[in-house]
Design a protein around this ligand. Structure first.
Ligand code: F6P
Length: 407
């Protein structure tokens, strides 16, 4: 890394928006320390993502805070002190204010979803506020929604806006991975292993619902790593009667061949058709329970349970891989800021290299990239040839080779 002295002392704001992800703190720590120690810059931390900026604008516009008071608060309450003051939404950070964060989960500045930010009237006020604070660059850290907000802000202002992918969902087009994905996968794989112990004792089917919003990446990848029998993702269509029957029959065949339990991972974004009140894991688990209760013989005693893994997938200390990735993103962010080209975009990891991608890459590329992984999981999960009604075809062999070649 070449630490470059920038011509003019830069003012850079950072915020974390959307759902938090493990490793955000590691990114903040590296970003602030590099900014202070290598780039001689001022770093403004924004609390609770875009919401912190919107809140500041609202306080200023309704008169709850005068511009003079706002500016003197920023001078008087810096670092740790400003962070601990609940009535302060933006704070100048120093190297000390990020100490102890290297392996702490969550994000110390707070993280929030901010639907107001999708309205142009609020964004206009935010642009004016950042101009008043003489901010040159804004670094936004989060998932797809956060980066869409960043793209709009870049379009509507003179600011250099950089997006750093940080989301367990791994649904950011353009980058192979994001901060928090590896930790969430490790958490899920560990949980699946615990569920499989009890499932085996009771000869049960366990249907586990995995986060990921509209993306099946987490479910698909953890199924591959944990050795789950079946995975259901939104990319493969709705969960309708025919699909549930197919799954039930496959589990039945496995059990007839002597399997004592089955683990099924269902991505939370899977739509049940016709629409049901229950989530997809419960809908499938209920279907399987009913299917087995109608069978004759020992299979009639097979029970099914469902569980929603929920927010535990977002917590915990980041894995080593996520800590390193967070530091790499911080280095890359400073390289773009100090390059003085003012170009914005999304920092993305592709083929082992960090690059600046333009905003707005299509989700279709993301889905195409992931198909080979789906095929790999499907065939690796087959214990016996003929487990699944689909036999391996020529095109699928090609797909699997692609999955290996990409590594
Ligand atoms: O985007 C991260 C994520 O954890 C998704 O996987 C999930 O759908 C969503 O956030 C949950 O959001 P919230 O924390 O607002 O309930």
């Amino acid at each position: 890394m070449k630490a470059r002295q920038v011509n003019k002392r830069k003012n850079v704001a950072i915020l974390f928006s959307g759902g938090d992800s493990p490793g955000m703190n590691a990114f903040a720590r590296a970003f602030v320390r590099l900014g202070c120690n290598c780039y001689d810059s001022n770093i403004l931390g924004v609390k609770d993502g875009y919401l912190g900026l919107v809140r500041s604008c609202q306080k200023l516009s309704c008169g709850a805070l005068t511009s003079e008071d706002f500016e003197s608060l920023l001078i008087d309450r810096r670092g740790q002190f400003g962070i601990s003051c609940l009535d302060q939404d933006v704070v100048w950070l120093d190297g000390e204010s990020v100490s102890g964060l290297a392996r702490r989960g969550g994000i110390f500045l707070g993280c929030a979803r901010c639907p107001e930010f999708f309205k142009s009237v609020f964004r206009r006020e935010v642009v004016n506020l950042l101009a008043k604070l003489r901010i040159d660059s804004l670094v936004t850290c989060g998932g797809e929604g956060t980066l869409q907000g960043a793209q709009q802000l870049a379009r509507e202002s003179q600011l250099q806006v950089l997006g750093v992918p940080a989301t367990i969902d791994n649904d950011t087009p353009g980058t192979e991975t994001a901060i928090g994905v590896d930790t969430a996968l490790n958490t899920i794989v560990e949980a699946v292993s615990r569920f499989s112990h009890t499932a085996d004792s009771h000869h049960r089917i366990m249907v586990l619902e995995i986060m990921g919003r509209n993306s099946g990446y987490l479910a698909q990848t953890s199924a591959l790593a944990a050795g789950a029998e079946i995975v259901v993702t939104p990319e493969r269509g709705n969960l309708d009667e025919a699909k549930m029957r197919g799954i039930a029959e496959r589990v039945e065949r496995l059990m007839l061949k002597g399997r004592r339990h089955a683990i099924i991972l269902v991505a939370e974004g899977v739509q049940v058709s016709p629409v049901a009140d229950a989530g997809p894991a419960k809908a499938l688990s209920d279907y399987l329970a009913a299917h087995f209760s109608h069978l004759r013989g020992p299979l009639n005693r097979i029970e099914s349970r469902h569980s929603v893994l929920g927010h535990l997938q977002r917590g915990g200390a980041p894995s080593v891989a996520d800590c390193i990735l967070a530091n790499q993103f911080a280095v890359s962010a400073w390289e773009e800021i100090s390059a003085n080209h003012q170009k914005g975009g999304i920092l993305a990891l592709t083929h082992g290299r960090m690059r600046l991608q333009p905003f707005g890459r299509s989700r279709r590329d993301l889905i195409r990239d992931r198909r080979s992984q789906y095929l790999l999981q499907k065939h690796v999960s087959k214990r016996w040839r003929g487990d699944s009604p689909h036999d391996i075809g020529q095109s699928e062999r090609g797909g699997i080779q692609v999955a290996f070649a990409k590594r």
